[in-house]
Design a protein around this ligand. Structure first.
Ligand SMILES: [Zn+2]
Length: 384
């Protein structure tokens, strides 16, 4: 199978063309109409590469999702390529920063690395195997969501539902700048804690009020004690609000909490502690709302075994695959936390994540396509 690499290297221009087409659909997460157009394009591309079933899943708030399936009736657990088609770049960015090769092996463009590069790689890998008549009889799925950059709120239920059936999820996020897969990502949880006290005139009847600011101030100190920075847990109170007027005992106050953890155990500890905050002032009430959470992607035994299998497949193709850990989360946090084997950061190599100089290394496109094709052909699904 070692000629896969040269096969895809010979088709580098085709991958660049596909990637360029994707980047030229601007797809800022909250500009639904734009994202929908790219979803239609992705659906078409999947059909062109022989997908048996392609479903556009309509969304009301965010761009539509796309689910494509190859070999629907084949035995075994599916391998699922998971890619988000939204970007952090607003409409109009492309006019300022059109797709540009720099002549030294880099291709610039908004969303080129995060993560249209990864989506172009996965589609090219499947298309290449179809063209060679070498797509093995096993179910292959591609799921494109459209809200990853804003927390995947709408897509997470579907990601969970589909991932639960899969033997492997390949999250086509970019690699680290030096080309490593991401085998550990921190988890994130954010909360709003609100206090309801009782308003009263600060001059005439201060004793009749229940001061929500005094209550929240004490809660801030309790929350701050949840930090365990040495073990990678941060629990930060990042915003505070309270009061209504200078001469009123405040009836309302609130804080915003951002917590990051390396292990699920720590995520559970922080979550439990936040949810069991108790009011300290008589009569005060506390309301706790979890705004958003994504469990950590842990480098546990399963992650290690999954990475090693990928590395070994790479080795047979003459491709070096390394690993690293990062602070930021992805949809890989969701699937890994479910106990589903997950490879994350197997997309394009490049630099400038969410930055003006976002670019991919062109040489990484055929290399990663070959790696993904090798995985499709050779991946052994671990027994549950
Ligand atoms: Zn991304």
């Amino acid at each position: 199978m070692s000629d896969l690499l040269s096969y895809f290297q010979d088709r580098t221009d085709d991958i660049i063309t596909l990637l360029t087409q994707m980047v030229e659909f601007e797809s800022f997460s909250t500009q639904k109409k734009d994202v929908d157009k790219l979803a239609m394009f992705m659906a078409e591309q999947c059909r062109e590469r022989g997908a048996e079933s392609v479903e556009v899943i309509p969304q009301s708030e965010v761009g539509d999702f796309v689910l494509a399936k190859w070999n629907t009736d084949a035995p075994g657990k599916p391998l699922m390529f998971l890619g988000h088609i939204d970007t952090v770049w607003e409409r109009g960015t492309l006019a300022r920063r059109p797709v540009t090769p720099d002549g030294e092996g880099r291709l610039y463009g908004p969303g080129a690395m995060d993560m249209k590069g990864g989506n172009a790689i996965a589609l090219s890998a499947i298309g290449g195997l179809v063209e060679r008549g070498e797509l093995p009889e096993r179910p292959i799925w591609c799921l494109y969501n459209s809200d990853e950059e804003i927390g995947s709120k709408a897509s997470t239920p579907l990601i969970r539902e589909l991932a639960a059936e899969c033997g492997l999820v390949l999250v086509m996020e970019p690699s680290t700048p030096d080309g490593a897969l991401k085998t550990a990502r921190k988890g994130i949880a954010t909360y709003q804690v609100s206090v309801a006290g009782k308003a009263s005139h600060a001059g005439n009847f201060p004793e009749a009020g229940i001061n929500a600011i005094i209550e929240i101030a004490q809660q801030v100190l309790v929350v701050n004690k949840l930090n365990d920075l040495r073990n990678g847990t941060s629990v930060s109170v990042t915003m505070i609000n309270g009061g209504s007027a200078g001469n009123v005992i405040p009836a309302h106050a609130s804080i915003y909490i951002d917590s990051r953890t390396i292990t699920q155990m720590e995520a559970d500890r922080v979550n439990g502690a936040v949810h069991s905050l108790q009011p300290m002032l008589p009569g005060a009430e506390i309301h706790i709302e979890e705004i958003h959470s994504r469990g950590p992607m842990e480098r546990n035994a399963q992650m290690q075994a999954t990475f090693e299998q990928c590395r070994d497949i790479g080795k047979q193709l003459g491709i070096t695959v390394r690993e690293d850990s990062v602070g930021g989360g992805s949809d890989g946090n969701t699937t890994a936390a479910m106990g589903i084997p997950t490879l994350d950061g197997i997309g394009a190599v490049g630099d400038g994540l969410h930055a003006e100089h976002e670019h991919v290394l062109i040489s990484s496109l055929p290399e990663r396509a070959a790696l993904c094709a090798g995985i499709i052909q050779n991946w052994v699904v671990a027994e549950a």
